[in-house]
Design a protein around this ligand. Structure first.
Ligand code: AMP
Ligand code: ZN
Length: 141
């Protein structure tokens, strides 16, 4: 991916501050942090987002996120951590290469995550649950 900024970082063509690396991921400091200590975990293999990524890669992602999150929590001595992952422009994704945010949080840090903004009519959530359940892809045995 010639023009992908995170691929360039992974090829060391653009500088970054690495905090963790294994065969599948590299975690770097986010240059536009939501809070100090904000890290992003980059998949080494290019995929536009989570929906496009390999299951094998994804199954390694959470343990790597956990490792990084524990180090961030220890370093920043924060009260909590948000794990955030955006898929698609409308969902706030700006770099179309799979990455997962690790964001330290503190009491009264002023960070605003989206509040609940939708409401359901009677029975609507159950109806939607049924439709989503029908669209869950089954594993072939
Ligand atoms: P998203 O909006 O989920 O696609 O997140 C992209 C993130 O990448 C943003 O938080 C940016 O601040 C971060 N970012 C963009 N360019 C760089 C870079 N060169 N080094 C580190 N982080 C970056
Ligand atoms: Zn890429």
């Amino acid at each position: 991916m010639d023009n992908c900024i995170f691929c360039k970082i992974l090829r060391n063509e653009i500088p970054s501050s690495t905090v963790y690396e294994d065969d599948k991921f590299r975690a770097i400091m986010d240059i536009g942090p939501v809070a100090k200590g904000h890290v992003i975990l980059l998949a080494k293999e290019h995929a536009a987002n989570l929906l496009e990524a390999d299951d094998e890669l994804l199954s390694a992602a959470l343990p790597a996120v956990k490792k990084v999150a524990k180090a961030v929590k220890k370093t920043m001595n924060c009260d909590g951590i948000n794990i955030l992952q955006n898929n698609g422009e409308e969902a706030g994704q700006t770099v179309f290469h799979l990455h997962i945010h690790v964001i330290p949080r503190n009491k009264e840090d002023g960070v605003k995550l989206p509040p609940p903004m939708a409401t359901y009519a009677d029975g609507e959530a159950a109806e939607l649950a049924k439709k989503i359940a029908e669209n869950i892809e089954r594993r072939e045995c």
